[in-house]
Structure formats: C-alpha cells, structure tokens
Design a binder for this molecule. Structure first.
Ligand code: SF4
Ligand code: SF4
Length: 391
C-alpha cells in the first residue's frame, strides 16, 4: 500500500505513524481512555464510543487498512484542529475514516449505523447518459414507481435520525439532486451537522443561488463530466450540452473564489471511460485539471444492464453492503445503487418515524445480504449473482 497524496507518508506504517501522532496530539491512548477523558470526549455518544474502542484496539494491533485518501483527509482535519482546537472533531474524523476504510477494504465492522449514507433527493434526471440506469426505459417510463423527488419532511426526519451517528453524507444516487424543488432548503438543513457533505452533480442546472448554497454547506463537490469534446459530450451525456455545463462550472469557480468558505471545499471532475476511441485520460486531465482541485477517470461498469448480464462465478464479497447505505427518494432503501430497481430490498419497510435508518441498516434483510457475501454465497442473490463488482 502506498500514499501518493502526502509527502513523507509512503507506507501503511507511515499512515499508522500519522494516526499515532494525532492520538498523541489529543492525548489519548488505549490506556488513557476512557479514564482520562478530555472535556470534549465526554460528549461522544454510544455509537461513537463503540467505534472508538474498536479503533484503539485495531490500531494497537496495527490492523487498520488505511486507504489512499485517508492521509489527505486527516491533513484537512489537522488544519481545522489548528484553527478550532476541537479534540472531539479531530478524533471523530479519525475514527470515522477508520470505520469507512475498514469496511471499504474488506475488514468489515458491523455497527448500528453505516459509515456513509447516500441520500437520493431526486431519482429523476434531465440526462440519459449511455452508461446510466436512466437509459433503461422500464426505469424511467411515464408513471414509473422509481421516479420522484424526496419530500422535504421525509428529508428532515432522515437528517434528524442520523445526525451525530453518521458522519458522512452524499447527495447522489440514481438521479440529479439539484433538480429537487427543495434542494436549497435541504442543503441548509444539513449545515454544520456532518463531517463531510458531498454533492454529485452534472452541473447542468446550476445557477448563482444554488451555487452559493452549495459552497455555503458542502465540503466536496463532484462534477460528472466525461469529455472536453463538445461534439462527443452529448453522445455520452445524452441530453446535455458541454458549453452550458462549462459556463456553469466557470460561474461556480468565480463564486467560490469570492465566498468566505470557498477554500474549505474540494472539487473534483469525475468521468467514466466509456469509449476509448473518443475519450482519453490525457485530454481529460489537460482540460479539466485547471478547473478542479482533482480529476478522476473511472472504469465503465455495466450499470445500465445489470439485470440482463449472465450469471458469473465471482465468490468474493462485494464491499458495498458494508461501507455505505442508500435511502431512495420515497423512503425505501438499498445497500447499493447497482441494483437500481431494488430487488435486494424488495418488500422491505419504508423509513418512517417508527422505522429508522438504524432499523433499516440493521434489518434482517441487510444482515442476510452481508452474511451471504461474507460466506461466498452471493450467487444466491439477484442481481449480485450476475454483478461484476467485487470490491
Ligand atoms: S449518470 Fe448522472 S447525469 Fe447521467 S443520466 Fe445518470 S444520474 Fe443523470
Ligand atoms: S454485488 Fe453488485 S448488486 Fe450485489 S451488493 Fe455488490 S454492487 Fe450491489
């Protein structure tokens, strides 16, 4: 394992050294906890305390699979600590990353809440990208039960249920979040309640008001864009117009440069390498690197045809049911969005005041899915039996 994002952090040993330095900085060790709590640590809740104890044990055993991105996240948390001196916030970031990294890399921890929640405030989209489930007409047809926007009351109830227990949320899933008529009110309701609020957007509907709200609330903004070529763009992002998107991105960057919170957020261009004859990573980076803090070009997965793929022989567990959880626009849920028609959670309860995100995450159905994956029996699940994802 190597870390390319921070100088001087090249091995897992270095990463663990960085964690130990942080623990020394905030004066905590497995011996000193919980008898020598600092004031801020007294405010940890039951879930966070369970996680902290697991974390300290694993770090002691050097059994923490730190991911490539974690040192950068910790560096950001350390910079914040320099300013606000909150030991609680710094330690929360450390243990939250530990939980996410462990589940994301196959060292599964089963706790009452997921490491990350994806909230689908819109399953509708104004595009029909060639690789997306939006291109499946049986998913998007008129009167489709899969299409809709999350209601503001349901959204607020979800946020109230998870605040303090789930540190990372992402506004994204099967549609374009900025289309929700209450998008700005939803963002504002989340302000200051999470360690990281991420938004994925195709940038087509951004305007001054939406952009200022995004900068005011979000920590990470991912712009989905696959090619700098205006002729090829609408062939991949069907329904889109590159010129309009670039105009909105330039407006975003201008408003960001004027906003007091502008330097606190991280932007990323994220593209799907769908057709090598018309897309190249070199062109992509050359055009987009100056516009964003980071660029990423991901491999195409057959998202749009998962239900028609033949059964495969993959036995390895997929990490998706362990490291994140999806709440759809109508309050139903699933453990991944590859299964965009939710066969895995068909017939399960909807989230309500009596059936919470915690209940859904720990439900018998979700436990069964995780057990089958861990025991090499994913072939008993549809669509896992035909899905190419094994990480
Ligand atoms: S990939 Fe994103 S922008 Fe494209 S159709 Fe799907 S949800 Fe919409
Ligand atoms: S194997 Fe595929 S369908 Fe199954 S949980 Fe993982 S991503 Fe979802």
């Amino acid at each position: 394992m190597s870390f390319k994002v921070l100088e001087g952090v090249n091995t897992q040993e270095d990463g663990l050294g960085m964690i130990r330095n942080i623990l020394n900085l905030i004066e905590i060790s497995d011996q000193s906890y919980p008898n020598n709590k600092t004031n801020s640590l007294q405010y940890f809740n039951t879930h966070q305390n369970k996680l902290l104890n697991l974390f300290l044990g694993k770090v002691n055993q050097k059994d923490y699979p730190i991911s490539l991105y974690t040192p950068k996240r910790l560096k950001i948390a350390l910079d914040k600590y320099e300013k606000n001196r909150s030991k609680k916030d710094l330690l929360l970031e450390v243990i939250s990353r530990f939980y996410y990294d462990s589940c994301n890399q196959g060292k599964y921890l089963i706790l009452d809440y997921p490491p990350l929640l994806q909230i689908e405030i819109a399953s509708r989209c104004n595009y029909k990208c060639v690789f997306c489930y939006q291109s499946d007409e049986s998913f998007t047809e008129k009167d489709s039960k899969y299409m809709g926007f999350m209601d503001i009351d349901l959204f607020k109830m979800l946020i109230d249920q998870i605040e303090g227990n789930i540190p990372y949320i992402t506004f994204a899933s099967r549609g374009e979040p900025t289309l929700n008529p209450n998008f700005i009110e939803m963002l504002e309701y989340c302000k200051g309640k999470f360690l990281d609020i991420k938004l994925n957007t195709n940038a087509s509907t951004l305007n001054k008001q939406k952009i200022n709200s995004i900068i005011d609330v979000c920590d990470t903004v991912v712009f989905s864009i696959d090619t700098p070529n205006p002729d090829h763009y609408p062939n991949i992002r069907v329904g889109g117009n590159l010129e309009n998107v670039l105009k909105n991105i330039r407006l975003f960057n201008k408003l960001r440069s004027e906003h007091p919170r502008g330097r606190k957020i991280n932007t990323r261009a994220s593209g799907v390498l769908f057709n090598e004859s018309i897309q190249s990573e070199k062109d992509y980076k050359r055009t987009f690197a100056p516009l964003f803090d980071q660029t990423a070009f991901v491999k195409y997965n057959p998202w749009e045809k998962i239900y028609t793929l033949p059964k495969n022989d993959i036995k390895a567990a997929c990490h998706q049911p362990f490291y994140r959880f999806f709440i759809w626009f109508d309050g139903s849920y699933n453990c991944c969005d590859m299964d965009y028609k939710s066969l895995l959670s068909e017939g399960c309860n909807m989230i309500s005041k009596d059936y919470t995100v915690k209940d859904a995450w720990s439900s018998k159905r979700m436990q069964k899915i995780r057990n089958l994956h861990q025991s090499g029996e994913r072939g008993r699940l549809t669509p896992c039996k035909q899905c190419p994802i094994s990480s």
